[in-house]
Design a protein around this ligand. Sequence first.
Ligand SMILES: *[C@@H]1O[C@H](CO)[C@@H](O)[C@H](O)[C@H]1NC(C)=O
Ligand SMILES: *[C@@H]1O[C@H](CO)[C@@H](O)[C@H](O)[C@H]1NC(C)=O
Ligand SMILES: *[C@@H]1O[C@H](CO)[C@@H](O)[C@H](O)[C@H]1NC(C)=O
Ligand SMILES: *[C@@H]1O[C@H](CO)[C@@H](O)[C@H](O)[C@H]1NC(C)=O
Ligand SMILES: *[C@@H]1O[C@H](CO)[C@@H](O)[C@H](O)[C@H]1NC(C)=O
Ligand SMILES: *[C@@H]1O[C@H](CO)[C@@H](O)[C@H](O)[C@H]1NC(C)=O
Length: 396
Amino acid sequence: MHSTAILSAFLLVLTTLGNASPSCRLRKYSARQQTFAHPGVLHTHEDLLRMRTNVASKLDPWYSTYQLFAEDSHSLLTYQMEGPLTWFERDHSGAVYGLNQIIQDGRAAINLALQYIITQNEAYAVASRNILDAWSETLKFVNGSDIQLGASLCGVNLVNATEILRWEWNGWAVGNITRFEGMIADIFYPAAGIQGINEYPWSGGWGTTGEKAIVAYGAFLSNSTMYQEGLCLYSNPSCGAACGNLGFMIENTGQYVESGRDQGHTQLSLGNMAEISQVALSQGDPSIYELLGERLRVGYEYTSEYQATNNTLPYNTTWVCCGCEDEGWTYVSSLDRTQIRPVREIVYGYYSGVKGVEMPYTKDVLSEGPETINPVNADNDNAEWGTLRFRRTSSL
Ligand SMILES: *[C@@H]1O[C@H](CO)[C@@H](O)[C@H](O)[C@H]1NC(C)=O
Ligand SMILES: *[C@@H]1O[C@H](CO)[C@@H](O)[C@H](O)[C@H]1NC(C)=O
Ligand SMILES: *[C@@H]1O[C@H](CO)[C@@H](O)[C@H](O)[C@H]1NC(C)=O
Ligand SMILES: *[C@@H]1O[C@H](CO)[C@@H](O)[C@H](O)[C@H]1NC(C)=O
Ligand SMILES: *[C@@H]1O[C@H](CO)[C@@H](O)[C@H](O)[C@H]1NC(C)=O
Ligand SMILES: *[C@@H]1O[C@H](CO)[C@@H](O)[C@H](O)[C@H]1NC(C)=O
C-alpha cells in the first residue's frame, strides 16, 4: 500500500483578463504552484483509516452503518457490471441511453473501493478496478442537452473510486490508470462546462454540479489550473458563474435559490457545495467551508429547519435562480419536505466534528437515522453512506 503520497504540479498560468470571448470556459484562471495531497478528493488517508478502525472496533454509528452498506448489492463481489458502453446521454427529451448503467457501475466502483479499505480484502479492489478499467477502455463520448449534469454527476463517482484505489493499493497497472485519467480529462472535464439548453452559465444546481466536478477532476489529476477554475467559479462571481456562485446561491438567511421549487433539488445542490468544500479540506484548505461567514452552514440550517420542523421560514421572493423569476415561488416549497437526502454528514463532520460549531437543525435530521442511499430514485447524485464515510464522533 502506498503511504499518503504528495505530487507536485508546477504549473504557472498567467491570468489573462481577456474579454474577447463570451465563454467563461475560455477564461484563464490564476493557478499558483500547488502541491496536491493524495488520496485527496472526498477522503484523505486519515479519513479512510478512521472508517476502517471504527468498523474493526465495532464502534457505532460506523459499524451498524457498515452492516447496511455491506448488504447493498453494489458492495458485493457478486455485483454484475451493467456497462461498459461507448457512450451515454442525458437529455431534456428524457433520452437516457447508458445513463443508468454508468450510475450503477459508479456506485459499485466506490462501494467496492471502500470495501477494500475497510476489509483489506484485495478481491474488492480488483472488482472495483475492473469496472473502472472497463469504462475507461470503452467510453468514447457523452451527449444530450443535459450533458453538464450527466457527465458531472457520473464522472465524479468514478473518480472517487479511482482516487482511493490508486493511492491505497498497488495492484493497478500504471498504463490503465493513465488511460482513466485521459478519460476524465478529455471526455468528462469538457462536458462539465457545457450548459446545453440552460441559457444561464453555471445556473443553480447545474452550476454547482459542474463546479464540483471540475474541482474533483482537478484534484484527482493534480491539475492546478482545473482545480482553481472550479473553486473560482464557486467562490467568485467574476469567474463566470454569476448565477452559480455561493454568494448568489444562498442568501444570508440561508434561503437557497430553489427553496421555492422543492427540497429535493435544494438538497442536491447543498450537497454539491459541501462536496466542493470537502475536496478543498482534503487538500488542507478549510477556507472554502468558511466562505461568507460559513454561509454553507447557514444554508444547511435553513433547509434542515424546514425539513425537521413545521416552522414557517422567512422567504424572499426575489432570491431565485437565474431564469426562475417568473415561476411565482412565494414561499418555501413543501414538495419533497419529507425527502431526506444523504448530504448532511459531510458538512456536520466539518462544522461540528472539526470546529465544534453547532448545527441544531441539521443534527435533528441526522438523529433520525444513518445516511444511506439516495431515497428518491436510482441516482447517486451526492456521496452516499455519509454516516460511514464522514462522521467524526460517536454521538452527534
Ligand atoms: C487494463 O485494462 C484492461 C481492460 O480494459 C484489462 O484487460 C487489462 O488486464 C488491464 N491491464 C492490466 C495490466 O491490469
Ligand atoms: C447521442 O449520440 C448518439 C450517437 O450518435 C445518438 O444516437 C443520440 O441520438 C444522441 N443523443 C442526443 C440526445 O443527442
Ligand atoms: C490542466 O487542465 C487544463 C484545462 O483546464 C489543460 O488545458 C491543461 O493542459 C492541464 N494541464 C496538464 C498539465 O495536464
Ligand atoms: C408537523 O405537523 C404534523 C401534522 O400536524 C405532525 O404530525 C408532526 O408531528 C409535526 N412535526 C413536528 C416536528 O412538529
Ligand atoms: C431579497 O433578495 C434580493 C435579491 O434578489 C435582495 O436584493 C434583497 O435585499 C433581499 N431582501 C431581503 C429582505 O433580504
Ligand atoms: C465523489 O466525489 C465527488 C466530488 O467531491 C462528489 O461530488 C460525489 O458525490 C462523490 N461520489 C461518491 C459516490 O462518493
